[in-house]
Design a protein around this ligand. Structure first.
Ligand code: GDP
Ligand code: IMO
Ligand code: MG
Length: 431
């Protein structure tokens, strides 16, 4: 039995992590977000009712599951309560939600600085962030001036910490960007009220999670973003400011790497990317438009059209290597239905040589040409299928190629967005 599973995005985010975390949550005791913040947009669909989750883990629909926002996350408290309030309207109590005392808080000055620093970048340097203050909040954490949840809810220390931060940020906002300063008193009043509301949710999640592991409970770690947005291993600087790969779990939760039993990479049957940066298999033709429209590939958080391309297994292998990916949850096989000839990129051609690793430097990457294998397509009838053996041979061939190139087994296939529109090949909890 695999007690503790990591589910991470093996491409550039929006692979369908939320829907598979929800799917597996039925068997879990806790679902844990370990990095990122409300830059994430995770969709869970049950009987065509869509839940868009950003900071709240995707196990929240199950009352028996403890949903943990762990220390590696940066928490926009206002955003968090907006989510809580929306879920409550749908009859979901959120009583099963806890927030780490060691997580850092995102303040409005982080959002402001995110926006201002993006606006200062030249057109070719713009990262295309979600403008949720993620980079600036992690900058403060690393710089050791950030405000942690434990300090935020402590009225003896919060006012002076906030004052120091507001003063420092106002220097930047006024002198570098020539913008109006942040009003400390108004911010203090608003955030003191939010701190009071947050207090009942705050826990020492390091002890909590380690105790759960000792008791043999099942923990599901829910990655946000994707491995190619990893600050160290992604397409730097066109990345996010955390570790979406499984390597983010130990530092983002306080659980040792030895506690992870298995790693599931969520792989979309094609590739999408929102925001700027390299994309070797990007499609600029009518096939790309067809997939974007059919799949409704527009950002959950920003509404931006997602860039679309063929499945790039050089990317997936790179993710697999870093995260120790044992299994694959393959999503959106149904979205590809109707495309007559499909392509999978199995290697890159660089200066006349074939390479199968993902280069670090963007200049080299821009010279890489995809080496494709072609596959015959399938039709929409696959959405009704619930057993692997009933799938058409063309889908099976596509899946076999993914397994052969990546060396990981496909354990689940998504044939629609809803909870039940999935084919379970092997339960990831089984050894
Ligand atoms: P996440 O950020 O990785 O959780 O993914 P998002 O929720 O941002 O984007 C994935 C989108 O694909 C959502 O709209 C899901 O409802 C949808 N989705 C997930 N799996 C499937 C699938 O197998 N088929 C189809 N058609 N849609 C899917
Ligand atoms: P989920 O969890 C897709 C992208 C942004 C931008 C870059 C940096 O839903 O898969 P940031 O705001 O993090 O500083 O932006 O990362 N990005 C995502 N792309 N899905 C996400 O999350 C993303 N979160 C951030 O578009 O390119
Ligand atoms: Mg998303």
């Amino acid at each position: 039995m695999n007690n503790n599973l990591v589910v991470f995005g093996a491409q550039w985010g929006d692979e369908g992590k939320g829907r598979f975390v929800d799917y597996l949550s039925a068997q879990a005791d806790a679902v844990v977000r370990f990095q990122g913040g409300n830059n994430a947009g995770h969709t869970v669909a049950v009987d065509n009712k869509y839940f868009k989750l950003r900071l709240i883990p995707s196990g929240i629909l199950y009352p028996h599951v403890l949903n943990v926002v762990a220390n590696g996350v940066v928490v926009d408290v206002k955003g968090l309560f907006k989510e809580v309030d929306n879920l409550k309207k749908d009859g979901i109590s959120c009583d099963n939600l806890v927030v780490s005392d060691r997580a850092h808080i995102v303040f409005p000055y982080h959002n402001k600085l995110d926006e201002l620093s993006e606006s200062k970048r030249s057109a070719s340097d713009k990262i295309g962030t979600t403008k949720n203050g993620i980079g600036p909040a992690y900058m403060d954490k690393e710089e050791r001036s950030g405000i942690r949840v434990c300090d935020f809810v402590n009225e003896n220390v919060f006012p002076s910490l906030l004052k120091k931060n507001v003063e420092a940020k106002n220097e930047l906002i006024q002198k570098v960007y020539g913008e109006a300063p942040i009003d400390y008193e108004a911010l203090l009043e608003e955030y003191t009220a939010l701190a009071k509301r947050l207090k009942p949710y705050v826990r020492d999640t390091v002890t909590l999670l380690n105790d759960m592991v000792s008791q043999g409970k099942k923990i599901l770690f829910e990655g946000a973003q994707g491995a190619l947005l990893d600050i160290d291993f992604g397409t730097y600087p066109f990345v996010t400011s955390s570790h979406p790969s499984s390597i983010g779990v130990p530092s983002g939760t306080g659980l040792s790497p030895k506690k992870i039993d298995s790693v599931v990479g969520v792989v979309k049957a094609y590739t999408s990317r929102v925001g700027a940066g390299p994309f070797v298999t990007e499609l600029f033709d009518e096939t790309g438009d067809f997939i974007r429209e059919k799949g409704g590939e527009f950002g959950t958080v920003t509404g931006r059209p997602r860039r679309i391309g063929w499945l790039d297994l050089v990317v997936v292998k790179h993710s697999a290597l870093i995260s120790g990916m044992d299994q694959i949850a393959l999503t959106r096989v149904d979205t590809l239905a109707g495309v007559k000839k499909l392509k999978i990129c199995v290697a890159y051609e660089l200066d006349g040589k074939i390479i199968d690793h993902y280069p670090a430097d963007l200049e080299t990457l821009s010279k890489c040409k995809p080496v494709y294998k072609e596959f015959d397509g399938w039709d929409d009838s696959i959405s009704k299928i619930r057993k692997f053996e009933d799938l058409p041979d063309n889908v099976k061939n596509y899946v076999a190629a993914i397994e052969q190139v990546t060396g990981a087994k496909v354990c689940m296939i998504g044939v629609g967005p809803n909870r039940d529109e999935a084919i379970l090949i092997k339960n990831p909890y089984d050894l």
